[in-house]
Design a protein around this ligand. Sequence first.
Ligand code: AMP
Length: 327
Amino acid sequence: MLNLILCSKNRSFAPENKTIQMSLVVVGSMAFDAIETPFGKSDKIIGGAATYIAWCASNFTPVKQISVVGGDFPQSELDALTARGVDLEGVQIKKDEKTFFWSGKYHMDMNTRDTVDTQLNVLENFTPVVPDSYQDCEILMLGNLVPSVQSSVIKQMKNRPKLIVMDTMNLWMDIMLDDLKHTISLVDILSVNDSEARQLTGEYSLVKAAKKILAMGPKYVIIKKGEHGALLFHENEVFFAPALPLEEVFDPTGAGDTFVGGFVAHLAKTKDYSFENMKSAVIVGSALASFCVEKFGTQRLTEISTADIKERIQSFVQLVNFDIELV
Ligand code: AMP
C-alpha cells in the first residue's frame, strides 16, 4: 500500500517552526541555465541540481540547503525558496562573482542531450560550510557537484546522517573518476541515469552495472531511464517504476534532480528507510519528475499543489495496477 504524506501548498516551515527537527540537508548547484529543445528555447533561466531538489522536496518536508550563488542571482528566487520552508543559511552569496551557468541542447528523442556550455564561476572555488543548525540532519542529499566537494560535506557532519544519497553526472566520470569512486564509497544510495551507470561500470546490462555499483559501497542504487522509468536495486532485489506517459514533454532538464528530490523527501517525511518504503519513494520521485518536464526550468514545480501531486500519484497507481489469474 502506498503510504504518502504531503504538506499543504505554500506552507512555510521557516519562521514559526524553527524548533522542528530538520531532517533533510540538500547540497548541490544553484544555477542559470539556457536550454534548447526541438520544441523551443529558453533565455537564461533559474536551474541547478539543488534548486530542483529544494522545490520538489519542500512539498513534503523542510529543507536545509547548501550551495553558492553569485551577486547576479535574483533575491526574489531566494525569497521564494525561503517562503517554501527552504533554509538558506548554508547558501553562500558571492556578491562580486557570477552564478554557475550551464547550457544544454536536447536531441529529437528528448532523452539525450549535449552540454553546450559550462561556466563554473562561483562553483570553481566553492568550499561548502555546514552550519551548526544543519548538524542534526537525518538524510543528507548530495546533489550533482564536484565529487570532492560532496565528500567534504560528509566529512563536516559530526554524526553520520542515517542516510546519505548521492547524485552525479558523466562529467565527473570523464575527468575525476578516482574522486568520484571515493565519494561513491561513502554513500548509502547512488542515483545515476542509465548511460552514467554503463559508463561508470563498463557494463551494458543494467543488472550487471547495478551489481558493480553495489560492490563500490552503496547499499542501494537507483538507475533512472528518463521516459522509460527508474530501477531501484538492493542486494538481490529490484523494483521498477515506469515514467508516466505524457502527451507533451517540454523540457526534461532537472527531471533527474526532481526525481531524487521526491525520493529523499518521502523518506525524510516518513522516516522509514526500508526497501518497501523506498519503492513508494521511487513512485513519489517519478510523479514529481513528470511535472517537472511539463514546462521549462523549475516553472511547473513552483505551481503544483498537494492535490495535483496526489492526483498524479493516483495516475501511477492506475498505470501499473492489474489483476492477473494464471491458468
Ligand atoms: P538534470 O537534468 O537532472 O541532470 O540536471 C540539470 C541541472 O544540472 C541543470 O539545472 C544544471 O544547472 C545542473 N548542472 C549541469 N552541469 C552541472 C555541473 N557540472 N555541476 C553541477 N550542476 C550541474
